[in-house]
Design a binder for this molecule. Structure first.
Ligand code: DGL
Length: 268
């Protein structure tokens, strides 16, 4: 394919459905002359229990593959785990903008009055140097960060989106210990998948919970590259996956919402 024929594209990448939450927030800012490609690497799902090198190699391979076919305007690494593992490296390797998402710990923690703040993410994220270094740097004395990783919460998010049902007891079991911690009203979301479960988390905690999601910062960065203009998107977009399993009606409905009309298994 010659360079001129390549279609301008907006790549959004995750191991599963987590990136759909980010896409929802930025969808209307993507101009019609840019094709959206949601790349779901479900063959290698979950990323959270893999190591830095493995994830970096994998994402590099995917972007390199897409870069051959499309003229990439922007890549959104809509996965905290992948951002922590590989964003710095990828930014050095490609010329187009690559935007990632990190748990937002810094300023809001300073502002909040709560003593206990729960930070949730995948195993890789919670144990990363990035996260622990920020906590060390910015933590004020009266704030205690409780770190928690859960791959089961990632599975529950996938189940919710795929099957449209969720058993609240499963969420309750995940947070068994944390539910009883006093003065815990703030949760930092450190995994894009978890954004789909905030209602359920509130229910099991049985109180008002303030969630710090970090989506607005990502949105700002993306709008900065595109423009503040809003569009009524007409383009039919592409949904790529690496393992054939998304056949059920509910997930197809979601994809139709975003006008994905081409589903394609990529052998990579
Ligand atoms: N969505 C990914 C994240 O934000 C996690 C899911 C996984 O473990 O693959 O970290």
């Amino acid at each position: 394919m010659s360079f001129k024929k390549k279609k301008k594209s907006f790549i959004i990448l995750d191991s599963g459905i987590g990136g759909l939450y980010i896409l929802k927030k930025i969808y209307k800012y993507i101009p019609n002359n840019i094709k959206i490609i949601y790349f779901m690497d479900n063959l290698k799902f979950p990323y959270g229990n893999k190591n830095y090198l493995y994830i970096t190699k994998r994402i590099f391979k995917i972007i390199k593959y897409l870069n051959k076919i499309y003229y990439i305007k922007i890549v959104v690494l809509a996965c905290t785990t992948a951002s922590i593992a590989s964003l710095k490296y990828l930014k050095k390797k490609f010329k187009f903008p690559i935007i990632g998402i990190y748990p937002y710990i810094k300023k809001k923690i300073k502002k909040t009055k709560q003593k206990n703040i729960l930070l949730i993410g995948t195993y890789l994220t919670i144990n990363s140097y990035h996260v622990n270094n920020i906590i060390k740097k910015y933590l004020s004395k009266n704030i205690n960060i409780i770190k928690k990783y859960s791959s089961e919460l990632v599975n529950q998010s996938e189940l919710k989106i795929n099957k449209n049902k969720i058993n609240l007891n499963n969420i309750k079991n995940i947070f068994q210990k944390e539910i009883n911690i006093k003065n815990l009203n703030t949760i930092i979301i450190g995994c894009t998948h978890y954004n789909f479960l905030t209602k359920e988390i509130k229910k099991v905690f049985k109180k008002e919970i303030f969630f710090i999601k970090n989506i607005s910062r990502v949105k700002k960065k993306i709008i900065c590259i595109l423009s503040k203009k809003k569009y009524k998107r007409k383009k039919k977009d592409y949904f790529f996956f690496t393992k054939k399993k998304y056949k059920n009606k509910y997930i197809k409905k979601i994809f139709q919402l975003y006008k994905f009309n081409k589903f394609k298994k990529i052998n990579i």
